[in-house]
Design a protein around this ligand. Sequence first.
Ligand code: FMN
Length: 429
Amino acid sequence: MKRVDDFRLTFKDLEGNEKKYVPIMIGGMGVDISTADLALEACRLGGIGHISDAMINTVTDRRYNTKHVKDKLKQYKFNVANSDKSVVQFDLAQLEEATRLHVEGTMKRKQGDGLIFINCMEKLTMNGPKETLRVRMRAALDAGIDGITLAAGLHLGSFSLIEDHPRFREAKLGIIVSSVRALQLFIKKSARTGRLPDYVVVEGPLAGGHLGFGMDWEQYKLEDIVAEVVAWIKEQGYDNMPVIAAGGVFTGSDAVRFLEMGCGGVQVATRFTVTKECGLPDDVKQEYYKASEELIEVNQISPTGYPMRMMKNTPAIGSGIRPNCEAYGYLLDANGSCSYIQAYNKVIEENPTAKKISEIHVYEKTCLCTHMRNFDCWTCGHYTYRLKDTTNVLPDGRYQLLTAEHVFKDYQFSTDNQIALPPLDETAV
Ligand SMILES: Cc1cc2nc3c(=O)[nH]c(=O)nc-3n(C[C@H](O)[C@H](O)[C@H](O)COP(=O)(O)O)c2cc1C
């Protein structure tokens, strides 16, 4: 019976030399849920870790003592009551600085034989989609990131934004797709740059975060999409383009199934949300552990327009917080608008006497920036309800947190759908 460790993910460098990795990628989880610490563990253990550049200015304010959010709010405070947010622009020099700080700060701590990639979501349109994405990707390359995973969007113009960067052909560049059609479109539209993606993450409907499906997500199966993508890549003769399967890969045996189908690796996330290295606060990690299957839903409250999976008791649902675009504004489209602003204004109009935030409930959309920033939007993978089976219950009823190393090695070495429990943490008892 095979285990994940019997396989390796292979990338070729520009000279054609092969490098091999443990075929486990920890997926990007914004905002700073996939921390540098988590990514560095995957890398140390010979796999691939992701940091994320979602709400990067907020992340560096927290971790590197910058004051970007405060500065932005101060500059645009005059506009807070205005529904038109088109004046609220990101300072590109600050965005560049924030990305550089986060990437450099991570890369200089790198150990082991693995790689560190950054998850870059196109849907973070930041009131200047092209300009801001260009700065984010170029700054990450400047700061030495090993690779960029293009996420949450079709990214049809993304390669063009960096094609003149000195590291364009050397850094690993990949894309997340949920259909063979999306991959075909990306490759067609990027053909002019003379570069193919180095890897393709195929994300199925059981993943956490935003889904690349409609509300009919239940009709799709990761296995079917992976089979289609693997077959198409083979047909095209793209020999060096590993397919990475993602979404609902919960055990080492799940991973082996995909590796045996011809995937180069798997991308996993949910199992790591309850590790010490994960950026969620400890009390939120307990919520992830406690979740029942009935508590997990796919809804449409994300202003991105993509369905998103989350727990029904997530504080973000129904919160009536005032749009916070002057401080954040990561989801403002090219015209300075976000669907939460309309949803919020509609509720305010319908409830003219409501004054306190506890009296205002917006169910249609959520202020994703504010709630992700505060860890109040509990997005999660479909199998979150199985997390409780992966650890010990402590005498006080809490679940024991895991180490990223424990979960990583469980994926790497387990067989027969087994999940190894951690040694009881005596210090937590
Ligand atoms: C808490 C959480 C946050 C996530 N955030 C992002 C994100 O910011 N960008 C992204 O591309 N994918 C995101 N994902 C998706 C993961 O990177 C990954 O592809 C997927 O969840 C793998 O499936 P699994 O969670 O069943 O292992 C997130 C997943 C989780 C659980």
